[in-house]
Design a protein around this ligand. Structure first.
Ligand code: RUQ
Ligand code: CUA
Length: 643
């Protein structure tokens, strides 16, 4: 229907264009097309993505910001960036990581005594209810430092960062169980559990993987560390993950590579990791029964390592919580189908998408039918008896997503293509070229129990010749593909200058119910409650206390009250700042030069700032948002008087 309306619209425009020009100045649309060298397909793509002023997008894409440690929010189909959410890294515009609250939040993600201010974010996960996005929370991992963050979609603000010293890195995170009971975080590179040193020659004995199940409390909007637990895994490199749903609810699937347990040593006479790790024809998909594991944890059959309750590997085996099934060489994505009945695995070094049948796997587990054990005693299921079949995809298939018509879409890295194939008969229907080196792809609600269809975004790692030359570090390229018709149509190239995004999820925009201003006045976004030090209009004051000077300040167009702050050299200054406005978009910034002081206070928001007044001097303070005609006058002075 959508396509037909569009066809009529395009035909109408072309008719109008060829007949009487609508735009007298340039001779009509046809001339415009000629002048810009646009084809009919280009115009149709433009019409499908162009969003007139004030228009809204149907979907929001939550994309990882890669090394920036942030999350990007992008409208689909317009592909306009709507927001960058500061998560693991300071974000100056939002004042994220400059005020007391957000500084403390960032510091809560430090590991040991190292201040961490960057992250390698990979996989965002929207919170789910019954396997469907509910629009309440977003989670994302930091591969480099084994961290997980919680973002509230009430205001798109990061709420919490958790990390466990149990593991040193993660990758197959974050993925949530169907009711967001848990946020799942498996390790990637094996290391001694809980930190500490062991010689690499003892890799097989002393190094381990683990998967952490972070318990999420939806009411509180927090991961509850005390209720979280983990399972020890063999020292393979655990990779991408997915939670079972519907038919396979209660289970989690984790891919792995390097079951060879290679650890490199290129200067020590060993093959490099990459060749050592790709000797075996098969690696192991980990099949974990988290619902039973939960009971084993409750029964106390755990050991505490780095403060985390851990089900040891032998316990996991004895209690029937962990099984392996072979998967073709160096797999990457494991993606459970919308009905939860199948798991699709793509191997980077294998041309297939392998379709595992949950019913077959479950029957083998229930019957205790195994073909062997791995070196640590984990039972292995038969590959042939576990699969329904394989789709012949092409070179380097990585990730799979689904639509509402029974089709699967798989990114094909080496071919730089997106393959559309039919789940029922495993036939590839069509491949569309993308530019270039596609990693993940994302379909509209494409990893839920009810995908929408219509759109796929290919997240391409290379752009090569797609954009203007901006030096050797090129943007990456998100390509929007229309999948609503018979044939896939490439609609839009979006350069992504914040890299490297790995994964994204696309949610129907009307599922999000974000607030517009903070009400009542004085809200701390990290608690969503009125802050202890919130300042109401008329209550501004400066108090001298044992711990320093407390300045209770308000901001409203176009002044700060007080606007003169007198302190003594070396004094501790505690600034309590509330934006007392309730008008939409009436944000003020607050900066003091030379002091690294910068916050953003949205309407109704409160922030605390602590700093030490250094040497005597005169420091202008001012609003950093062009908030009104008298914005430049929204200023004052911090006067640091000599002792
Ligand atoms: S991963 S594509 Cu985390 Cu597939 Cu990068
Ligand atoms: Cu407030 Cu400019």
């Amino acid at each position: 229907m959508k396509a037909r309306i569009l066809a009529i619209a395009v035909a109408g425009i072309l008719l109008a264009a060829s007949g009487c020009g609508q735009d007298g100045s340039n001779g009509g649309l046809l001339n415009l097309m000629n002048a810009r060298g646009l084809s009919e397909a280009d115009v149709s793509a433009a019409l499908k993505t162009y969003t007139p002023t004030g228009g809204r997008d149907d979907y929001l894409l939550f994309a990882s910001g890669g090394h920036s440690g942030q999350v990007m929010v992008i409208g689909v189909p317009s592909m306009r960036i709507l927001k960058v959410i500061g998560v693991f890294t300071p974000e100056p515009w939002q004042g994220y990581g400059y005020g007391d609250q957000t500084n403390a939040l960032l510091s809560s993600g430090d590991r040991g005594d190292t201040e961490l201010r960057w992250a390698d974010t990979h996989h965002p996960a929207l919170s789910e209810t019954k396997g469907d996005y509910d629009g309440e929370y977003l989670f994302i991992n930091d591969k480099a430092n084994a961290r997980v963050a919680v973002i509230s979609l009430k205001d798109f603000v990061t709420q919490q960062i958790v990390t466990s010293r149990l593991i040193e890195s993660d990758h197959g995170a974050t993925f949530v169980t169907p009711n967001t009971e848990y946020v799942v975080e498996p390790s990637q590179y094996p290391a001694p559990l809980g930190g500490g040193y062991a010689p690499i020659e003892q890799f097989n004995e002393k190094y381990r993987g683990a998967v952490i199940f972070w318990k999420f409390d939806r009411e509180k909007g927090r991961i509850v560390e005390a209720q979280s637990w983990a399972m020890e895994l063999p020292p393979y490199m655990q990779d991408l993950t997915d939670a079972g749903k519907l038919a396979s609810d209660g289970w989690v699937f984790i891919n792995s590579f390097n079951t060879e347990r290679a650890w490199g040593g290129t200067l020590e006479g060993n093959p490099p990791m990459e060749s050592g790790a790709s000797q075996n024809d098969m690696d192991y998909m980990h099949i974990i029964n988290w619902r039973s594991a939960e009971k084993v944890v409750a029964a106390g059959k755990t050991e505490r390592i780095a403060g985390m309750r851990v089900i040891r590997l032998q316990t996991a085996i004895d209690e029937g919580l962990l099984y392996f099934v072979p998967e073709p060489k160096s797999p990457h994505g494991v993606d459970v189908t919308p009905d939860g009945k199948e798991m699709v695995v793509s191997g980077k070094l294998d041309t297939h998408a392998t379709v595992y049948s949950w019913a077959k796997v479950k029957a083998l587990i229930d019957a205790g039918k195994f073909v062997g054990k791995d070196p640590y005693g984990v039972p292995i299921l038969s590959f042939e008896d576990s699969i329904r079949g394989q789709a012949e995809i092409g070179l380097g298939p990585l990730h799979t997503q689904y639509d509402n018509k029974g089709f699967a879409y798989t990114s094909v890295f080496l071919e730089s293509k997106v393959a559309k194939w039919r789940l029922s008969d495993l036939q590839v229907i069509e491949k569309i070229p993308v530019h270039y080196n596609v990693g993940h792809l994302v379909a509209a609600e494409g990893d839920t129990v009810s995908p929408d269809g219509g759109y796929v975004v290919a997240m391409n790692k290379w752009a090569i010749d797609r954009f203007n030359n901006v030096g050797p570090l090129l943007p990456q390229n998100f390509q929007l593909i229309d999948t609503s018709g018979e044939a896939m149509q490439l609609l839009y190239d979006m350069p992504i200058p914040i890299g490297e995004p790995h994964y994204a999820q696309m949610i129907k925009a009307d599922k999000l119910k974000s607030i517009e201003v903070y009400t009542p006045i004085g809200i701390d976004p990290l608690t969503h409650k009125v802050a202890k030090n919130a300042v109401q209009a008329g209550q501004e004051r400066i108090e001298r206390r044992a711990d320093g000077v407390h300045v209770y300040m308000t901001a409203v167009r176009s002044h700060f009250t007080p606007d003169i702050v007198r302190v003594k050299e070396g004094e501790h200054v505690h600034l309590h700042l509330t934006n007392v406005e309730q008008a939409k978009d009436a944000t003020h910034g607050f900066a003091i030069g030379s002091k690294n002081i910068n916050v953003s206070i949205e309407p109704g928001e409160h922030a605390d700032l602590h700093f030490i007044a250094g040497k005597p001097g005169v420091y202008p303070l001012y609003c950093t948002e062009f908030c009104s005609a008298l914005h430049l006058e929204m200023a004052g002075y911090l006067l640091v008087e000599p002792r």
